[in-house]
Design a protein around this ligand. Structure first.
Ligand code: ADP
Ligand code: MG
Ligand code: MG
Length: 884
């Protein structure tokens, strides 16, 4: 077992591929050293040392020997000796895990400094100010990270000394000033700890190594890993490296450089630097850093181009530019580089793949592929599909003033501001008059659709990310914050209140559905932009993927948008929302309340033409693409009037007594409606309903075929199936009505019949069921509910507890539970295909827009994924990545 890897002088033991054991920083330092770039020499302790340390609270026995050997070669490369009285070697001791955790763990600079070394360094450089400044920096950092003393005490001392000496800035401090500060620091430490600051450099090094190893488990780092889903057991490497001094003299500086502009992706050196400074000064905010290039200086507040590194350090700048180009070409990606100039000589201290905005990521991927730096597959793999979300929606201007009043779940992305409105009817009315509305509800239901579609955004105080509000809002591409539990909605008083603040109907609020935040007042927005690069990447993705990408829609009007986003068909058209529009809800209520066949018939006669019109519009818009229509799914009672007002209105219009409606509503009431009288079960108890829907579908197919000159092949889907006989029962109706319509119209319509698999029984009996149908579509929202036996409306709370306790890794309603629900899908596919080789399979439901779940779909050989319109671009890219 080897614990130490050396780098420097044009060679290295490690490579960039070894980030598992060397950490990202260490692996790249090794790589850069091998490339012959000016990297100060050093060595890296592997992440295994940290793993060992986390288990035993001590380092492995062999480590000390290996470190001593590495130190000898480091001394040879630098011509300096660690702990020597003259020409002593000074070190940085830096953390660095596999994944970047910026600023989360400890780094100590100038290690090896002590009372002797500082005098020698002052003499060697002829600059006491630099030497004593370096010493006091070391004492501060070491006291903070190793001795665990509060930095505030040191700042206080420094402040006092500065004042006493009349220095307004650190830059004005003289050698004697710093010397005095150091003396007070050392005195303070001895007082606090009862022993002097360690002068023995070996003790310093051991202390620093332990501190860096220990910083892996500091609360900050633990929280960061939890937030970013990083593995707890990996550990950090420790990089021990010869110091270079950006604070040495006026020809010295330190800075950070991006090889492209991180917001726009423009190919230009971009970054900041500080003359006469050490690394941490750039980020500390004590001094304002200066721009790198002269071009960048134009946009920079304050000084002009002459303050830029390009003008002030022309040689180092030219060299940095060359290094940046080389690193970019070598890694095939935009880099974020730390550098230091010591007396005019450039050193590179770190490089890593740079963070960039979603828009910049697209531009850079396209430009690098076009320039031949990477191939198109790489370009596709570079882009996080989920990052596209921010490009498809408006966002809050980052400079806007923020008055946060609550935080809910990020249910549907994008931001919106508008007036608070509590009633969907009022929302629709006000929107008609050109007002911008945020619909605020405790939760929403299908009858609120018109209000939701009129609103700019939706805010609910209850419900999770798969609640009705969330699913519908995502489908509509509207921002939604759900489950903002600290807000109280009072419908009667028409107020929204939280912690002593009350907002009334008409007040402005802003919601951010990407983050879940809710703000008081109207904020400025940034418009979404679909760049040419966006289109290019998606075209490349289309060429690379196997699975088709379809979309889920509720109303025909949404199809247009979905086509713009590249949807190749409809995987799920939910018909129930069509029944909530305009006067149709009344006919629907008449249907449900009907006691005689005549009543039922007349209701169906009202519903048929409107349903047919919807389907004609849909088929026309999707001409040439497959369209799957799901027969009525929700339980009946959802269609019944809810308020007294509505009850009276319905009674009047239908000319029946209120009591009758109330009685009927009572009989329809179910304890557990989600597992109740719904889906295919309704079709079987009221065959007139599927009959009407199927007739509408066939008649529309004929008509749309006539209008567009293209054959329409409807796919009819039955929800909540668990038995083969259920399918046979409804299929008989479909075949019969189909024959009738074809006979009446003289046209022929090709169609298929399939089922939504959302119950375990359908999956395990898929062999038999496949005999009776042509396709399976996995309704993974409901399937997750029924496989786990958890309700998606209530699971949010305990699932979070589960996640924090490490019992589940992710919310199974967001990322498909591959082991359980996925296994169910696999079983159904295998069984289904065993009787029908060409059985078509797809997935609808929220998972169809989630990249990790899409990867599973590709592996399982599904034919398509079908997601909400705004997820279509994400699914196109994710499907390509899964296929590569
Ligand atoms: P982080 O990961 O938090 O950025 P680093 O290990 O990169 O921590 O170090 C923090 C700062 O110290 C950086 O600005 C870096 O440039 C500087 N630094 C690290 N090693 C050296 C060195 N050998 N010589 C000079 N400065 C260094
Ligand atoms: Mg760094
Ligand atoms: Mg369902």
């Amino acid at each position: 077992q080897r614990y130490v890897y050396v780098f420097g002088a044009g060679e290295a033991d490690g490579t960039a591929e070894m980030s598992d054991i060397l950490g990202g920083k260490g692996a790249n330092l090794a790589e850069m050293a091998s490339l012959g770039l000016p990297v100060p020499p050093g060595f890296t302790l592997t992440t295994e040392v940290c793993q060992y340390f986390s288990r035993h609270r001590s380092v492995p026995d062999d480590l000390e020997d290996e470190v001593r050997k590495a130190m000898t070669s480091l001394e040879a490369m630098t011509g300096r000796r660690f702990g020597a009285a003259q020409h002593s070697l000074l070190l940085s001791v830096r953390s660095g895990a596999r994944a970047s955790m910026p600023g989360m763990m400890d780094t100590i600079l100038n290690l090896g400094m002590n009372d002797l070394a500082v005098e020698a360094l002052a003499e060697e450089t002829g600059d006491g100010r630099f030497a004593w400044d370096s010493y006091r920096r070391f004492i501060q950092m070491y006291s903070d990270t190793v001795l665990r003393l509060d930095l505030e005490f040191f700042e206080e001392i420094l402040e006092e000394e500065r004042e006493k000496r009349g220095r307004s800035e650190d830059m004005e401090m003289t050698a004697d000033d710093w010397k005095a500060v150091v003396a007070r620091y050392l005195e303070f430490i001895e007082e606090e700890l009862g022993e002097p600051f360690p002068q023995d450099v070996e003790i310093q090094l051991r202390g620093a190594i332990r501190a860096v190893l220990g910083s892996w488990m500091n609360p900050r780092a633990i929280a960061f890993r939890a937030l970013h889903g990083l593995q707890e057991q990996e550990g950090t490497a420790v990089n021990i490296q010869a110091m270079v001094f950006g604070n040495r003299d006026d020809r010295s500086a330190t800075g950070v450089c991006f090889t492209r502009e991180p917001n726009t992706g423009e190919k230009t050196l971009y970054g900041e630097y500080l003359p006469r400074a050490q690394g941490e000064d750039v980020v500390s905010g004590l001094r304002t850093p200066l721009p790198l290039s002269a071009q960048q200086a134009h946009g920079h507040s304050g000084n002009g181009a002459e303050c830029s590194m390009e003008v002030a350090f022309p040689d180092a700048y030219a060299e940095l530019k060359a290094v940046a180009g080389r690193l970019e070409a070598h890694y095939g990606d935009m880099q974020d580089i730390e550098f230091t100039i010591e007396s005019g000589q450039l050193y590179i201290l770190q490089t890593r793949a740079a963070k960039r905005s979603a828009g910049a990521a697209l531009r850079i991927a396209v430009e690098m592929a076009d320039a031949g730096l990477i191939d198109r597959d790489d370009a596709l793999l570079r882009i996080d599909p989920l990052s596209l979300v921010s490009l498809l929606h408006a966002s809050i201007d980052p400079n806007a003033e923020r008055d946060e009043i609550a935080r809910g779940l990020p249910a549907a992305p994008g931001a919106a501001c508008g007036q608070i409105v509590f009633s969907p009817d009022e929302a629709a009315e006000l929107a008609e008059r050109g007002k911008k509305i945020i619909l605020v509800r405790t939760e929403t239901s299908p009858e609120d659709i018109h209000g939701m579609s009129a609103a700019e955004g939706i805010l609910t105080t209850r419900g999770g990310t798969t609640s009705h509000a969330a699913v519908v809002a995502r489908g509509m591409g509207k921002p939604c914050v759900s489950g903002a539990g600290t807000l109280r909605v009072d419908y009667a008083a028409k107020t929204l209140s939280t912690m002593g603040r009350t907002f009334s109907e008409g007040d402005l609020i802003t919601i951010d559905g990407t983050s879940g935040e809710v703000f008081a007042g109207g904020m400025t927005m940034r418009k979404p932009q679909l760049s040419e690069d966006f289109q290019t990447i998606l075209q490349w993705a289309d060429a690379a993927r196997r699975m088709k990408v379809r979309t889920n829609i509720d109303v025909a009007g949404d199809a247009d948008l979905a086509r713009d986003f590249g949807a190749e068909g409809i995987g799920l058209c939910r018909t129930e929302h069509m029944f909530f529009e305009d006067g149709r809800i009344l006919a629907m209520r008449q249907l449900i309340l009907a006691e005689t066949d005549r009543d039922r018939e007349s209701a169906l006669l009202t519903l048929l033409p409107s349903q047919r019109d919807d389907f004609i519009e849909l088929f026309e818009q999707m001409a040439g693409f497959p369209v799957t229509i799901r027969l009525l799914d929700p339980p009946f009672h959802e269609f019944l009037p809810q308020s007294d007002e509505e009850l009276q209105e319905t009674a009047d219009l239908l000319n029946v007594p209120v009591e009758k409606i109330e009685f009927r509503a009572e009989t329809l009431l179910e304890t557990n409606p989600m597992l109740g009288h719904r889906g295919v079960r309704v079709a079987i108890s009221y065959p007139a309903i599927p009959e009407m829907q199927v007739r509408a579908i066939f008649e529309a197919a004929v008509e749309a075929g006539r209008r567009t000159g293209r054959q329409v092949k409807p796919e009819i889907m039955l929800p909540l199936v668990s038995l083969q006989r259920e399918v046979d029962f409804v299929r008989e109706i479909i075949d019969r009505v189909g024959r009738e319509v074809m006979k009446e119209t003289g046209a022929s319509v090709e169609y298929t019949v399939g089922i939504l698999i959302e119950l375990p029984r359908a999956a395990v009996r898929a062999r038999l069921i496949a005999e009776s149908c042509d396709f399976f579509s996995f309704g993974t929202n409901d399937l997750t509910q029924t496989v786990f036996g958890i309700s998606r409306d209530d699971a949010a709370q305990f699932l979070e507890t589960y996640r924090q306790a490490g019992i589940v890794e992710a919310n199974p309603f967001i990322t498909l539970d591959v082991e359980g629900v996925g296994e169910m899908i696999k079983i159904a596919c295998e069984k289904g295909r065993s009787v029908k080789a060409d059985l078509m399979t797809g997935i609808c439901g929220e998972h169809a827009g989630d990249p990790k779940s899409i990867e599973f779909c590709e592996q399982t050989g599904l034919d398509y994924v079908s997601c909400s319109p705004f997820r279509v671009p994400i699914a196109r890219l994710a499907a390509a990545q899964a296929a590569l």
